[in-house]
Design a protein around this ligand. Sequence first.
Ligand code: PLP
Length: 447
Amino acid sequence: MWRGAAVRVLRGGGAGSPRSASGAAVAQLRRRLESELEDIRGAGTWKSERIISSRQGPHLRLAGGGAGAYREAGRALGIFSRCDAAASLFLPAGILNFCANNYLGLSSHPEVIRAAVEALEKFGAGLSSVRFICGTQSIHKDLEEKIARFHQREDAILYASCFDANAGIFEALLTPEDAVLSDELNHASIIDGIRLCKANKYRYKHMDMQDLEAKLQDTQKHRLRLVATDGAFSMDGDIAPLREICQLAQKYDALVFIDECHATGFLGPNGRGTDELLGVMDKVTIINSTLGKALGGAAGGYTTGPKPLIDLLRQRSRPYLFSNSLPPAVVGCASKALDLLMESNAIAQSMAAKTQRFRSKMTAAGFTISGKDHPICPVMLGDARLAAVMAEDMLNRGIYVIGFSYPVVPKGKARIRVQISAVHSDEDIDRCVEAFTEVGRKHGALP
Ligand code: PLP
């Protein structure tokens, strides 16, 4: 009864009843929302979601298959929305996927899937509880121990996502006596986490060490200074200068926090991340990262660092205290992914070789690829329209890549972002490069 009434109200309500007052409010809300949605469409920043009917992997099947699926994917890119003629193109049903964060291909690894099924069967679908009430199972403690061991840190704490880990750490750790210094291009979740805390906030120019040093000097009056940076930045595939950051942190008595979502599992000789790559594992104090990208791709995030910090987060961090425990199947996936990576770094090496193949072939073809040695390979094009039409044409050739333009990236720096995975074959990479070369020539991006 109640639900039915609520649905009727949302659909406009009935005149003359007590519902009509809220009906008017809902009608007003609808008008406001529709106008806001129209503004988003008008600004060309509408994000659609393509529907995948297969597992995540290098080869995807989109729901509906063929042209219908491509039209959906095209809408997702915002390129077919006003051009239905594109829908009549002949398009194959399967596409080659170059836009997932599935860097190591573990999302569909048979052992990862088996571990999830076993955890599901043994530990159930979920905990129906937060951790501190009755939501901690042995597998949660085992995974936290494994994460800490992987990163060579004292302890770790799990969250439902890295977004939550970032939302929870700054508020729990920093007070108005403290200062946080954040790279201007840090991920949205770091920005939001910092907004929630009461520390003094400083934003330094992207990877600009002079600016960071000036801001560290300004913050000497505060009790504690925390420098916060992404380890690898997802739009440019560039890597934070952690050696220099750690040197400055030492000079000005600051702590270093890194978000390793685009590094954990594959950067550095053993895939430990940016701190291993740059030889500063003992100088970075706090790491936040995700289980939702290279480490199996299911979901979840964590903080790893000094034990008293992790103990404090268990007492004070709101997304940890007030949100459900990670489901056993998700824990099973991540735990198996870490086992695979600790047994051997062959998968990470394979991804590095594919990345190198793509970057060098694309550079030889005449493209500019931003960043260095990172599987995020932004093909820099400059012009927003060029990025959109080239991404569309790549899709016509069965290659799924995403064009980014302002406001997601700065004006004049439009690009197509390509993400390489260990499970791309050399042929997949070569097909992608060939398609880029054809499409680049056709649209004037190459001579
Ligand atoms: N930090 C960075 C740098 C990210 O790229 C992302 C995801 O896009 C997150 C945090 C959030 O991670 P999660 O998906 O686990 O919430």
